[in-house]
Design a protein around this ligand. Structure first.
Ligand SMILES: NC(=O)c1ccc[n+]([C@@H]2O[C@H](COP(=O)([O-])OP(=O)(O)OC[C@H]3O[C@@H](n4cnc5c(N)ncnc54)[C@H](O)[C@@H]3O)[C@@H](O)[C@H]2O)c1
Ligand SMILES: [Zn+2]
Length: 341
């Protein structure tokens, strides 16, 4: 288990190129992981800009969750063995959260741990998945059921990759940005929901906030739980309505804000402002009573609950989140009925 915390390079590929000329990378050899989309849109921008990668191999893995399997991990380990990769070998993750989760896990196990570098290419990965050292595979049809805490040595934020991202992937990232900002940083939150397009500065600020929390609680045992804001409701909405993760979390945050007004005296205006912003970005499905019961059942299965009661992260005010608040089934029903009105 590595204990250092990864360094974030906000200067993009040129700062990576400079960094890799340093002595600690002298004997490094590199394997680059890409998927079909990052092979097409991102790899060409990296080749030629990072000299250290001139001799590197690359491996193309399936797109999305399909990459996060033991089979894909095994294939990479086999390739590394065939290439006689040793402890100096470095895995370079060029992609969204799926590739970062996969490549981080592969690196954590190979020869009991080799270095890896995240080059996130989605907004969600730049502000969230590529930071904090959680790695994972999906196993036994349970998402993220196999994984380790294992920090990347470097995470490189190269904003230009966002140019080719689809609008729905952008919404996914924006929702996680709002999530991190609303639980940590009132000014940043206000700024993000007031802008029509996300700035470099805002991406950096969210990445810094995520990194700060992950450093305080590297093994996700306490304060880091605030980053699950909106996710208990969000996961249930994602499954029942088959909506994208970000959209579901966006609606989940609305339900959590509603409960926060009821249970922690969050000002009603905070709910109203968020409601205005959310509904100008996504549409909320009409929840039927049967769907509400299905969501409630899923929330009871949520791994974050220590006993049979549902626990949520709620807000006292923007920037002041409280973890582990118990909510009754009727409070959940009330919140879901209210937000879908
Ligand atoms: N480890 C963590 O802390 C953490 C946190 C949040 C999410 N995650 C994980 O991250 C994954 C989701 O990540 P994601 O939303 O980045 O999804 P993803 O990695 O599946 O990427 C989304 C899509 O965008 C494409 N893509 C990536 N970069 C592109 C670019 N620059 N231009 C065009 N297309 C591009 C990908 O090929 C894919 O089709 C999930 O598996 C989730 O569990 C992990
Ligand atoms: Zn999320």
């Amino acid at each position: 288990m590595n204990t250092h915390h990864g360094t974030i390079l906000y200067g993009g590929l040129s700062s990576l190129s400079t960094q890799l000329k340093k002595q600690e990378w002298e004997n490094a050899q590199y394997t680059l992981l890409v998927d079909e989309n990052t092979f097409q849109h991102c790899l060409p921008h990296i080749v030629g800009r990072v000299e250290a990668f001139e001799q590197a191999n690359f491996i193309e893995v399936p797109v999305g969750e399909e990459a996060k399997t033991l089979e894909v991990a095994s294939q990479i380990w086999l390739t590394l063995l065939e290439d006689n990769a040793d402890k100096q070998h470095v895995i370079i993750n060029i992609g969204g959260g799926s590739i970062c989760d996969l490549g981080g896990f592969v690196a954590s196990c190979y020869k009991r741990g080799i270095r890896y570098i995240n080059i996130p290419t989605t907004l969600l990965a730049m502000v969230d998945a590529a930071i904090g050292g959680k790695t994972a595979l999906d196993f036994g049809s349970v998402k993220n059921s196999i994984g380790q805490f294992y920090q990347p040595t470097l995470t490189v934020i190269e904003h230009s990759f966002l140019a080719t991202l689809s609008p729905s992937e952008t919404v996914n990232g924006v929702m996680e940005m709002v999530k991190t900002a609303i639980v940590t940083d009132p000014m940043l939150y206000a700024e993000i929901i007031a802008t029509t397009s996300i700035t470099k500065q805002q991406i950096q600020s969210v990445a810094r906030n995520k990194s700060r929390i992950a450093k305080v609680d590297p093994y996700d045992q306490s304060v880091r739980h605030i980053l699950n804001f909106g996710h208990t409701f969000g996961h249930a909405i994602e499954i029942v309505y088959k909506l994208p993760h970000g959209t579901s979390v966006g609606i989940g945050m609305l339900a959590a804000l509603y409960l926060s007004t009821k249970k922690l005296s969050l000002p009603q205006t905070t709910y109203d402002t968020y409601y205005q912003w959310l509904t100008s970005n996504v549409s909320i499905p009409k929840f039927t009573l049967r769907d509400i019961e299905a969501m409630l059942a899923l929330m009871h299965n949520d791994k974050k609950n220590q006993d049979s009661n549902i626990h949520c992260v709620l807000l006292q005010e923007v920037g002041a989140a409280v973890i582990n608040i118990e909510v009754s089934d009727n409070e959940v029903r009330d919140a879901l009925l209210f937000v879908a009105k």
